[in-house]
Design a protein around this ligand. Structure first.
Ligand SMILES: Nc1ncnc2c1ncn2[C@@H]1O[C@H](COP(=O)(O)OP(=O)(O)OP(=O)(O)O)[C@@H](O)[C@H]1O
Length: 298
């Protein structure tokens, strides 16, 4: 398999903080590869070492099978978490200004279409909403027609609708054959977008694979939830469900859903409000680390 990026034993030691601890992974061309982890896990430090912004303490990075050279910067696009935009310029003017920095760019019309910028072309940067600003920053990161695009927590702070709209743009960019390296602490984002991912905690990789394979590896069961008030008797569930009683709900973890529901009906439990869902990456993170992605301390 040909990899666009190979990272071996990447390590970053800051004074008193081992931010990244011997991380190794390889990214096939044309996929969305996710670095998933809580705040402070080491995601930004990892991608900044790959981008060439931060020097690794130890480790090796290959781009298209070779050491990164001067050409590397022409072939990547970076969407920073925060970029100062010229407030007194419009979206269109900012695009034209940034296009002048490159020898080769995608046609502006293509970038505008890919990033849904038509409605905001004449709007000043100060007047852009959070989602519109992220779309413009994404456009700037693909202007030079890069092979590999780095998106560092691109939807942090966006409302749910803007996040989903942004996901559609990433899908469109992937369809152009581009490789995307995405960092996120949102498990739903990683599940929706990433073909492969690594989960990082405290600078170390704790799991890697496709979202589906990881969930299959760790969970054969599903979660069945019922409002707590529905259960009035002590249940006889035998050995086919693990039961967890929370303040408002009872959660059954089982790989025998039909048996569980028959048993609940036999015990005359009211099934109104019952929900069934498979485990997700948040559950996996909790199982692997004992804490939630959002709760983890930097
Ligand atoms: N320049 C620095 N000097 C010292 N420590 C640093 C520096 N940059 C980052 N760190 C520390 O390294 C660790 C990893 O930080 P990093 O920003 O890479 O995490 P992250 O996963 O990107 O988190 P976030 O989601 O909050 O951006 C943290 O403990 C952080 O405080």
């Amino acid at each position: 398999m040909s990899y666009i990026l190979e990272v071996k034993d990447l390590t970053k030691q800051y004074p008193g903080v081992l931010a990244v601890d011997q991380i190794s992974f390889a990214i096939p061309q044309g996929i969305c590869f996710g670095l998933l982890g809580p705040n402070g896990a080491g995601k930004t430090t990892t991608i900044e070492m790959i981008e060439g912004i931060t020097k690794p303490t130890v480790g090796n990075i290959l781009f298209a099978g070779k050491q990164r050279n001067n050409n590397f910067k022409q072939r990547i696009g970076i969407q920073f978490q925060a970029t100062a935009l010229m407030d007194y310029l419009t979206t269109q003017e900012i695009l034209k200004l940034f296009a002048n920095f490159y020898h080769h760019t995608l046609p502006l019309a293509t970038v505008i279409e890919l990033c849904n910028l038509n409605d905001i072309l004449n709007r000043y940067a100060t007047k852009l909403s959070g989602g519109q600003r992220q779309r413009l920053l994404l456009a700037l990161s693909i202007l030079n027609d890069p092979d590999l695009i780095f998106l560092d927590e691109p939807t942090t702070g966006l409302d749910p609708k803007a996040r989903r709209q942004f996901w559609q743009l990433i899908e469109k960019i992937k369809q152009q054959g581009k490789t995307v390296l995405l960092t996120t602490h949102y498990m739903d984002e990683a599940e929706a977008l990433c073909d492969e991912l690594i989960i990082i905690d405290q600078g170390k990789i704790i799991e890697q694979g496709t979202p589906t394979a990881l969930l299959q590896k760790h969970f054969s069961s599903v979660r069945v939830t019922i409002p707590r008030d529905n259960i009035t008797n002590t249940l006889q569930l035998k050995s086919f469900a693990k039961v967890q009683v929370n303040s408002n709900e009872v959660v059954f973890t089982t790989n025998e859903v039909e048996k569980l529901i028959h048993q609940l009906l036999a015990e005359q439990v009211n099934l109104a409000g019952l929900s069934i869902r498979r485990h997700n990456l948040e559950d996996l993170f909790l199982q692997l680390t004992g804490h939630h992605l959002q709760d983890a301390k930097p």
